[in-house]
Structure formats: C-alpha cells, structure tokens
Write a protein of this length. Structure first.
Length: 67
C-alpha cells in the first residue's frame, strides 16, 4: 500500500511539473507573440512615418518647381 501511495505521489508530482512547464511555455509563447506584434507595430509606424516624409518632400519639391 505504501509503495502504491509513493507511486501515486510521484505521478502527481510529474503531472504538476508538466502543467507548470506547459504553462511557462504558453506564457513564453504569449510574450514572444506580444513582442512580435509590438515589433510589427513599430515597423508599420516607421513605414508610415517614412511615407509621410516622402510625401512631404514630394510636395515641397513640387512647390519649389512651380515658381
């Protein structure tokens, strides 16, 4: 009976460890996804800023060309 109890305890500990590891992996994945989303947002913002700057430069060049 004691051996059975020890076996059950070992199984429970293993299960707990698995759950903890899985949760940690999920958290890491979520963090990575968040970081990737943030990086993508930053890149999109940079691209938008570059496009705006290009448009402004084009407008300025056009204004200079008119006179």
């Amino acid at each position: 009976i004691v051996a059975m109890l020890i076996m059950l305890l070992q199984l429970l500990i293993l299960l707990l460890l698995l759950v903890v590891v899985m949760s940690a992996m999920m958290m890491m994945m979520m963090m990575m996804m968040m970081m990737m989303m943030m990086m993508m947002m930053m890149v999109m913002m940079m691209m938008m800023m570059m496009m705006m700057m290009m448009m402004i430069m084009m407008v300025v060049m056009m204004m200079m060309m008119i006179p």
